[in-house]
Structure formats: C-alpha cells, structure tokens
Design a protein. Sequence first.
Length: 29
Amino acid sequence: MYEQGIKFHQAENGVWLTKAVPVEYISMK
C-alpha cells in the first residue's frame, strides 16, 4: 500500500495507521 502512495502515520503506541484501506487489499477467507 505504501508503494502505491497510501499515506501512513505512526500512533503513540507504535501502531501504523491509515485513513482507509482500498478494497483490493481486503480478503475474506
């Protein structure tokens, strides 16, 4: 996702966050 230009930021607890996850990155098994 980062390579596709989606921006991330790191929360105080160390978790990387983004505003939205495009549907192509979501899978249900």
